[in-house]
Design a protein around this ligand. Structure first.
Ligand SMILES: [Zn+2]
Length: 379
């Protein structure tokens, strides 16, 4: 049950709960479990009462039902409505088929990330995996007190923004946890994401592998996404990695292990006073296993502005695909993309030769092709 629930559920960043897709009822999940048991173990004798009992005792963090906490996936909402309004049995069967396809899709996309992070632990020379996301900023305002008194409740708070990363590789806990805090003195855009990727790489130079897999939140507008993708291309162009994958989860199903970390941080901050920034950082550090390396962002490299003139022409239409892969073909980094991980990579064939070329997202420019001194200095 846990394995299946983790594949389809979303970790909520502010509470220690995992939301299952809103179109599922407990009865649905019970009947699905019976089918799976019958297929695998040739028995399906599990009563609904027993199923609920196991759920209550061992898996209390998994919840069904609609919540107003986070934006619901549009497809899930439509499917839920269609199930409740289906007039005939065949209509209902059709909606259930659509539900199965949607659920399979979400599960498959999550599995790509889960498989990658497991592989990164087993084969660290081959693959390094990181996931990066921003935490709900209301949780990291400080001073934060367990109990506000009359003389403290109206005092001004300093808003802190936190960006969290989990790096999956061969370390004792299977991952490294990092949170970087800023007081809203920098825009939280693609440049912040790029800087987080860079710091994660700089801090782990001895752990760099042949391939890099980066899991990002799907909140960016097309232009912001283009900058992140161009940076990924640069990592291949400068031979830091043979291959870089940038993956986005389907909108409305983007909560992953990094959100589980945010939920632990949020719980810990509710239980401890944080009068000063060092106290806040200490409380964050202690809140999760492995301990979170907590840093203050004091400067950003303006990679975005530096990179933009080198981005190749129009770079539109990339808000829909969820997987992007960068590799060198004939000495240049090329991008391949696909809508979902079950699709084939989009083909950009050379007309004369049947070579799967891919798109060049950066201009062939002497200035860019020569690795700049600051890059060599950093890496
Ligand atoms: Zn959905």
């Amino acid at each position: 049950m846990r394995f299946h629930f983790e594949r389809i559920g979303d970790y909520m960043p502010h509470k220690n709960i995992v939301r299952l897709p809103t179109f599922h009822t407990k009865v649905d999940l019970w009947s699905r479990m019976k089918t799976q048991l019958a297929e695998r173990l040739f028995f399906s004798h599990i009563s609904y009462g027993y199923f609920c009992d196991i759920w209550r005792k061992h898996l209390p963090e998994f919840r069904t039902g609609v919540t107003s906490d986070f934006a619901e996936c549009g497809d899930c909402a439509q499917i839920r409505n269609a199930i409740s309004t289906a007039a005939t049995d065949s209509e209902r069967q059709n909606v259930l088929k659509v539900r199965e396809i949607h659920e399979k899709r979400v599960e498959t996309e999550r599995t790509v990330y889960h498989d990658a992070r497991e592989k990164a632990v087993r084969q660290p020379d081959d693959l390094l995996v990181m996931i990066i996301d921003g935490m709900d900023q209301k949780k990291t305002y400080f001073p934060r007190l367990i109990r506000e008194k009359k003389d403290t409740e109206n005092l001004g708070k300093i808003p802190m923004h936190a960006t969290g990363s989990l790096i999956h590789t061969n370390v004792p806990e299977g991952k490294l946890a990092i949170m970087r805090l800023d007081i809203h003195n920098f825009p939280h855009d693609s440049n912040m994401t790029i800087n987080n990727i860079m710091w994660n790489l700089i801090d782990n130079k001895e752990r760099l592998s042949k391939k890099l897999h980066v899991q990002l939140d799907n909140c960016y507008r097309e232009k912001q996404k283009s900058v992140s993708l161009s940076f990924a291309s640069l990592l291949v162009e400068y031979d830091m990695f043979e291959e870089v994958m940038i993956n986005f989860l389907p909108v409305g199903h983007t909560h992953e292990d990094v959100d589980q970390m945010f939920s632990r941080v949020s719980t810990a901050l509710r239980k401890a006073n944080s009068f000063t920034l060092p106290e806040l950082m200490h409380n964050i550090h202690e809140s999760y296993t492995p301990s979170i390396k907590c840093e203050e962002v004091k400067y950003l490299f303006n990679v975005k502005e530096w990179l933009e003139p080198y981005m190749a022409g129009r770079f539109g239409g990339h808000s829909k695909p969820h997987n992007f892969r960068f590799r060198k073909v004939n000495g240049r980094a090329r991008m391949h993309y696909r809508l979902w991980s079950t699709d084939a990579w989009h083909q950009h064939m050379m007309k004369t030769m049947k070579i799967h070329k891919g798109l060049c997202v950066l201009k062939l420019c002497q200035m860019l092709m020569m690795c700049p001194a600051w890059w060599n200095h950093l890496f």
